[in-house]
Design a protein around this ligand. Structure first.
Ligand code: FAD
Length: 359
């Protein structure tokens, strides 16, 4: 029987495995992931704030796989030989495949700033969340670097928890303005929210060096910390370049809009790790990975039967909701932004529904 190997338990692979519970493919399916658990980043802010428990935010991959007659291998892929159709794992095992699908997410960007690798906490891969949250909870002087959605959410959520415990405010440092790239009105709104919620924000300050206790910015400021969370955006996993697979200018695996590698059509990829040749500027977000799930499933099924794949067509805009602490949420859709408790309730409902489908 032919073999389909799924590397990573990301959003699109969760969907695929779930589909396999109801529909059998005439292939042997295996999923490989370094952790038995897949952590859902959409709920990390709620976890940081103490709203969700650890069990609320994770999916046990072997259980999900078992129900779909999919084998689970605990391991991380180190390199891919697309000619020989084999994957080398970090433990030194070699796993062969006829069809390969990759959904391994992204890693943390900006870590080449001196001192960051040694001193800063990073969430990606996402199974690090428990260790990160524990350290940030215990900190006397926690600092978050990164003014994008993830950095703001995590800083505001931790700040809300600390306020309730009577602890000092969280500091957030960003080299630009908060939510840079969003509409001007949205940027103003998030600044107002951050001020109102008591976050200590340093905007337009680029971190140039990190020591074991201080952050030095290019403006010459020295900011002390005892725990530092680095959230400055995504970075491509190194596996594609080491495997000499086609990549975009940032090192993400280059795929067609059928989610297949042009040179190796038996290789599929979805989520953060993939870059669509026709849509190079798609944001790296879980929402996109979820949207690609159905196309991935359809096209892998079609490939097995020798059919042509359907095309992924991104929408012009996607709904996103940032948790801003105390069960408030900032809903963003195009130029519309709405800060309200109901926005958080909607986020909570969407996130809980997503994860419960796989738990
Ligand atoms: C704090 C934070 C909050 C976020 N909140 C949101 C949000 O609310 N909404 C949203 O849309 N996006 C959010 N994002 C972005 C989101 O996390 C990513 O875009 C999303 O997780 C990408 O999904 P994915 O399916 O590509 O991979 P992931 O969900 O990252 O899953 C990849 C899986 O592959 C595994 N893996 C990694 N390397 C290997 C390897 N070499 N071999 C085998 N397996 C491997 C990983 O362990 C992981 O289990 C957030 C990000 C952060 C950091």
């Amino acid at each position: 029987m032919k073999k389909l190997l799924l590397i990573g338990g990301g959003h699109a692979h969760l969907y695929l495995i779930k589909k396999l519970q109801d529909e059998e493919l005439e292939v042997e399916v295996t999923v490989m992931s370094p952790s038995e658990y897949q952590y859902y980043s959409g709920m990390f802010s709620g976890y940081m704030e103490g709203i969700y428990s650890f069990e609320n935010i994770r999916i046990h991959l072997p259980t999900l796989a078992d129900k779909a007659k999919v084998s689970f291998i605990r391991g991380a892929a180190l390199s891919i030989d697309a000619e020989a159709k084999v994957v080398l794992t970090e433990k030194g095992d070699i796993v062969s495949y006829d069809m390969l699908s990759i959904d391994i997410g992204s890693y943390t960007g900006g870590i080449d700033v001196p001192g960051v690798r040694q001193h800063a906490l990073r969430i990606k891969p996402t199974y690090r969340i428990e260790e990160v949250a524990n350290k940030m909870w215990e900190a006397n002087n926690p600092v978050v670097v990164g003014g994008g959605a993830a950095g703001i959410e995590m800083a505001l959520s931790l700040n809300a928890k600390r306020q309730a415990e009577g602890k000092a405010a969280v500091t957030l440092i960003t080299q630009s303005t908060l939510l840079t790239g969003e509409h001007e009105k949205t940027q103003t709104k998030i600044q107002e929210i951050a001020t109102e919620k008591g976050l200590n924000v340093h905007q337009n300050e680029r971190v140039s060096n990190v020591t074991s206790s201080s952050i030095i910015t290019s403006e010459g400021n020295q900011i002390s910390y005892d725990q530092l969370l680095w959230l400055t955006g995504p970075k491509a996993p190194g596996i594609f370049q080491t495997s000499k697979l086609p990549v975009d200018h940032n090192g993400y695996l280059l795929v067609e809009d059928t989610l297949q590698v042009k040179e190796y059509p038996a290789i599929f990829a979805a989520g953060d790790c993939a870059s669509l040749r026709d849509y190079p500027n798609l944001p790296k977000s879980g929402v996109i990975a979820v949207r690609q799930s159905e196309v991935l499933w359809n096209n892998i099924k079609g490939f097995i039967k020798g059919e042509d794949g359907i095309r992924f067509q991104p929408k012009e805009r996607y709904l996103s909701i940032l948790s801003t602490g105390n069960k408030d949420g900032l809903l963003l859709y195009g130029n519309v932004s709405l800060h309200h408790h109901f926005s958080w309730k909607l986020k909570n409902k969407i996130d809980r529904r997503f994860i419960e489908n796989y738990q």
